[in-house]
Design a protein around this ligand. Sequence first.
Ligand code: SF4
Length: 379
Amino acid sequence: MDDIGRLIDLTSQMHLEPGEDVNCPQLSQSKKDAIITSNAVLPNGKKIKLLKTLLTSACERNCYYCPFRSGRDLRRATFSPDDFAKLYLQLHKGGIADGIFLSSGVINGGINTQDKLLATVDILRRKYQYNGYIHLKIMPGAEKAQVEEAMRLADRVSINLEAPNTERLLQLAPLKQYTDELLRPLQWVEEIRRTQPGNRAWRGYWPSSVTQFVVGAVGDTDLELLSTTQNLYHQLKLKRAYFSAFSPISDTPLENQTATSPMREHRLYEASFLVRDYGFDIEELPYDKQGNLPLESDPKLMWARKNINEPIEINTADRERLLRIPGVGIKGAGEILKARRKNLIRDIGELRPFGVNINRAKPFITLNGRRPAHQLKLW
Ligand code: SF4
């Protein structure tokens, strides 16, 4: 198999890693371009084509949801760090990929595998002077010194927790240890960011960290997932938790399990943003008896219908209160605060340029003491 053939094999399942995606992965027509790249948005807002790949698809672990689990009948492919770095550089120079998301199957333990990942990005950064985007995975069981080295070389690091707690992980990936192998490296990332000067990192500041959960394969509830997510945001300053709706894969122990609704994934994202950016506590969100968010409506709207008993005055509410209004986002709240320093906001149309969804906001607000015209029946 030639290099491109190997790379196509290695990227074939990477849609399972949401990473920095804004859209679904795309597979283009010609062989040269038949490599999955994703449209991605970087932490600084820049849009790039991200090549998401493994260094090897061989793996000694047996995570029940994973297409690369050991023993599964699958053609495996592997690159050496040097070969991979050379190939990626060609793709980068050819305009096929602007950035890379690099992970790996585990071979001869997490420490050995992490060494190979580190060697690859080290070659890219130091030998080839590559200064583009790198999102580097931390392998289960990696050492603290390796985590620090990864943080020196990458723009973002991630460790997938996969499950909200030890019990759920046992059902999903019995060979992974929740606290020692997965949570601890995430704690190290934050400890290093907190205690060491960022000028040790290649960009002069430490990278962000993210994680991912597999949703709905083993009875995990939204409340469990959001509870862990809230702790990660508050205590470990995680940039983002990604949620990946479980989809069964043939020849895995979970192949007969029902796929999780993409709407559940969507609701989890909405709820996690409320916790991360809007000052909500998970206890405030609406759940059914099983501890799951209702699918039929977004959690902020449901919260507002139950809790906003008096409309909120746009001209006087503080930022925290503005952020509770459905249809008002972070930018919208900031723009409202700025605009009303100059003039009273009297007309609902004035909110539209601020990115406010006025149909959503209308039932919950007053403007200079008056309810906006054309009330919806939501109130
Ligand atoms: S360690 Fe990673 S690649 Fe290996 S089976 Fe588990 S999830 Fe898949």
